[in-house]
Design a protein around this ligand. Structure first.
Ligand code: ADP
Length: 364
């Protein structure tokens, strides 16, 4: 049967466990052996206790948990060829010829590079007597499938990444909680939303909370944003019913010149110009915590299932694919094209307008 290795890499996200669980169970159901590669690429490079055979029971009681039960890490060694050579040896020794990578664009770039280098890595291992030459035949190909686990929703080709919906829940819970104290004290709150150069979370959180304003990287404010902010908040504060102002600022928020807009900038402007009482809250890693939402459990499960199916379908010339959400459908899309587009949108954020970014990233 086929031997699959699954690992989570880069930033953790709620719903990764649901994906891992589906991969293990669907894989076993189809007669595959599934290995956990713990701590991402670090475990792949180190091997030994970090690569362990998954059992059906080992995935019990995990679907609701946030984070990743098999650990995640950044790994500098894997970025260099000698690190990847060690990783290849560890996989070959266990007969792992199928990999499912769950991570962000960095992790998926690494996976694709690894696959491209695979025949060369194998030959080098044989030439240096680290593996026997029969492995050139039995492990000739490395199939790769990527799942996007990230709370940012910044990956091109998928409408939603695994974790983003749970992160939205965390943000809304926090903003609702801040509201009660804000209203009591007639204070304004500026809330920083984690999400790198993606404004999806602040934008959608803004729509579904009492936020008065949202700053996102994809749509920097026109003209003098400080003036615009003051005009809007002054106008909005005229109503007696409105006892607070909540302003959401994306981690990557910028002005039209590309200079970052920080929560402290917003706080200073409102304090100095409007004489308001303003507090700052940075949600940070709270967004990545807590339980996985129903949506993330479901897309994690569906994407994990599709990933195993894609591996089973892979032929000698099938390019690596990423499993994506397209509307309500789970689809396969060429991995490298999606990764390259994601990088391009990141570099060119200043040059693209809001509609272009949304179109490139997916419907959400
Ligand atoms: P994310 O997957 O969330 O984008 P990173 O960019 O930190 O997170 O990538 C996670 C890990 O993937 C890195 O620590 C490294 O081991 C591996 N990786 C990232 N980019 C590459 C690359 N270009 N080549 C090889 N490995 C990479």
């Amino acid at each position: 049967g086929n031997v699959i290795g699954v690992f989570t890499s880069g930033g953790d996200a709620q719903g990764m466990n649901a994906a891992v669980r589906a991969i293990v169970r669907v894989g076993m159901f189809l007669g595959c052996k599934v290995y956990y590669i713990k701590e991402g690429y670090q475990g792949m490079v180190e091997g030994k206790d970090d690569i362990v055979l998954a059992t059906w029971e080992s995935t019990s009681n995990t679907i609701h948990m946030g984070g990743t039960m098999i650990g995640s890490a950044r790994c500098m060694e894997f970025k260099e060829r000698p690190g990847r050579l060690k990783a290849a040896k560890n996989l070959v020794q266990l007969g792992i010829t199928n990999l499912i990578a769950i991570g962000g664009d960095g992790s998926l770039t690494g996976a694709n590079l690894f696959r491209q280098e695979w025949p060369g890595l194998l030959r080098e291992l044989v030439d240096t007597n680290q593996i026997t030459s029969d492995k050139l035949v039995t492990s000739s190909r490395l199939n790769i499938v990527g799942l996007v686990g990230s709370i940012d929703n910044d990956f091109c080709g998928t409408d939603m990444t695994i974790g983003v919906d749970s992160a939205l829940h965390r943000i809304l819970e926090s903003v609702d909680e801040i509201m009660t104290t804000a209203v009591s004290h007639k204070r304004a709150f500026v809330v920083e939303i984690m999400g790198r150069m993606c404004g999806y979370l602040p934008l959608v959180a803004g729509i579904s909370s009492e936020a008065s304003m949202v700053f996102i990287p994809e749509d920097p404010p026109e003209g003098d944003w400080r003036q615009g902010l003051c005009d809007h908040i002054r106008e909005s504060s005229k109503s007696d019913a409105r006892r607070t102002q909540i302003i959401l600022v994306a981690e990557g928020a910028i002005d039209r010149s590309g200079n970052s807009i920080k929560c402290s900038d917003v706080q200073r402007v409102l304090t100095e110009r409007l004489n308001m009482d303003v507090k700052v809250t940075v949600l940070g890693h709270v967004q990545r915590g807590g339980k996985a939402s129903a949506f993330d459990r479901i897309i994690g499960t569906r994407m994990g299932t599709e990933a195993v199916m894609a591996l089973m379908d892979a032929g000698p010339d099938t390019p690596a694919c990423a499993i994506c959400l397209d509307g309500i459908d789970i689809i396969r899309t060429p991995l490298m094209k999606a990764v390259e587009m994601t990088k391009m949108v990141g570099y060119k954020m200043n040059e693209l307008n809001f509609e272009e970014v949304v179109k490139l990233r997916g419907r959400s």
